[in-house]
Design a protein around this ligand. Sequence first.
Ligand code: 13P
Length: 248
Amino acid sequence: MSTRYIIANWKMNIKGDEAREYAIGLEQYLVNNPTQSTVVLCPPILCLPSISSVKPTQFSLGVQNFYPMDSGSVTGEHSLAMLDSLNVSYAIIGHSERRILFNEDEDSIARKIKYAVEKGYSIILCIGESREERELGITQQRIEQQLQVLSSLPKESTTPICIAYEPLWAIGTGIIPQVDEIATCVQSIKKYIDENLDQYSKSIYTLYGGSVTQDNVASILAIDGIHGVLVGSASLQLDSFTGIIGKS
Ligand code: 13P
């Protein structure tokens, strides 16, 4: 399990030419500074055609959301089938912002997992406790509960599954858990996978997300069982994101 993932989630930021310029710069950086890590860029859906036209060879593309149907009467949504020509291979599912702002529940997350994996996508499933859950001391319970959606994985799946542990209170706050707190959550995830999803254990990778920067990435990646990071704000500037890649 030597693969490391460095994944950028731009959320609802960066548009048009700026996105294309960033993609060209990232490709150039990676050509000049080869990395063992798998780098994935998840821009807003509207940026995908222009970024894809750069024909990146050094990084992969992902979506931040999709509706689990090829086409149909679903106003305002997009399907994975619509991305066929854009070389998108990753899909973020269950991000806390979607759970909170769009009431995404475990059923819809489970349907998305099944659909995306059947389409051959690698998924990035986001889980994590809220500040209140942490204060109540139910972090491990919450993690275990959120992992149950993985029972919707198709039995024969071998595509990489990334589980991003993103405590809600660490997202966009500049506060990150202590290294041993992350390590405990990683152990809980590993235990759950060993006990319930053993057949996927070789294709499941555990990532950390929440206020990752160039300054803290090395200590996060040094945690046993961590296979990468999911980066929000610090991925919005190319030099900051390449700084993170450089330390991976
Ligand atoms: P920040 O890195 O801005 O805290 O965001 C993390 C995140 O939500 C990535 O999906």
